[in-house]
Design a protein around this ligand. Structure first.
Ligand code: ADP
Ligand code: MG
Length: 258
């Protein structure tokens, strides 16, 4: 089972957003997609999710072009957590998370399978918010609720665009643990993330996107080097190991470099 981008190109007007994207993602792995603002990460995720059609090239899901897979089937196989998703109507948190089950029952069907809903809410620590109205949530609580909805789908693929945005340190780790748990169950997880230490510690593979192109891919310790951070982000950094061995990648302001 694989999800693959084959020779994707995306342009808007005369702007090239993605070029020559050839990537294959594996189930059971966490892949971190990193790169500066505007690099094309969200555009790539939209293409992989089938929400944006590339000018040329195609996305393949399990040896079939995504275009050839009926939309209902896609919704069951690919769960998507868009960047900065908003909640526009005042449903209860539990009802919102239950929407994750809609691909399995049709949006108007009854919710019979509450197991995945309860489990998803527990894993990102929103179970205690189940009876709250969604519009009263804090930014981080909202982010976790939307992540619970994506987890509740129990899809083979989970594409999460900056799922840690707005989360406190503990809940960042909680969210990452939930994503790792998905991968341990065989889900292919692709996440866009800016914290390079967390990417290094939690991802099996890191893909670096820069100006619409893949400039590096591979295991975190191979990809996240001082020269790459300089070239791609224009930052100096400290790269080292925590006492327990975890890779640390900390961008540093010039005055702090010592
Ligand atoms: P990232 O997620 O890596 O920050 P995006 O994929 O959202 O970047 O965007 C890539 C680039 O494409 C950015 O420079 C963004 O401004 C531009 N872009 C995205 N959508 C449009 C659009 N509809 N019209 C013009 N430019 C766009
Ligand atoms: Mg983005």
């Amino acid at each position: 089972m694989s999800l693959a981008a084959r020779n994707l190109h995306v342009t808007i007007g005369d702007r090239r957003l993605l070029a020559d994207i050839d990537l294959t993602f594996q189930q059971g792995k966490v892949t971190a997609l990193v790169g500066p603002n505007g690099a094309g990460k969200s555009t790539l995720l939209s293409c992989l999710a089938g929400l944006r059609r590339p000018e040329s090239g195609a996305v393949w899901l399990d040896e079939r072009p995504l275009d050839a897979i009926p939309i209902e089937e896609r919704a069951r196989r690919l769960a998507v957590l868009p960047q900065g998703a908003e909640i526009h109507w005042n449903v209860f948190v539990r009802s919102l998370v239950e929407l994750g089950r809609a691909p399995w029952r049709g949006a108007r069907g009854k919710v019979k399978d509450i197991g995945p809903v309860e489990s998803a809410m527990r894993r990102v620590d929103v179970a205690h918010l189940a009876d709250r109205e969604a519009l009263t949530l804090s930014g981080g609580e909202r982010g976790r609720t939307l992540m619970a909805r994506a987890l509740a789908v129990e899809a083979c693929w989970l594409l999460a665009d900056e799922p840690l945005a707005g989360l406190d340190p503990l809940h960042q780790l909680t969210a990452l643990a939930a994503l790792r748990g998905e991968a341990a169950n065989g889900t292919g997880v692709l996440l866009v993330i800016h914290d390079l230490s967390l990417a290094a510690q939690w991802a099996d593979e890191v893909i670096v996107l820069h100006e619409g192109r893949v400039v590096a891919e591979g295991p975190p310790e191979k990809v996240l080097t001082l020269s790459l951070l300089r070239d791609v982000y224009g930052v100096e950094a400290y790269i080292g190991r925590a006492p327990g061995g975890a890779l640390l990648v900390q961008p540093l302001a010039p005055a702090l470099r010592g």
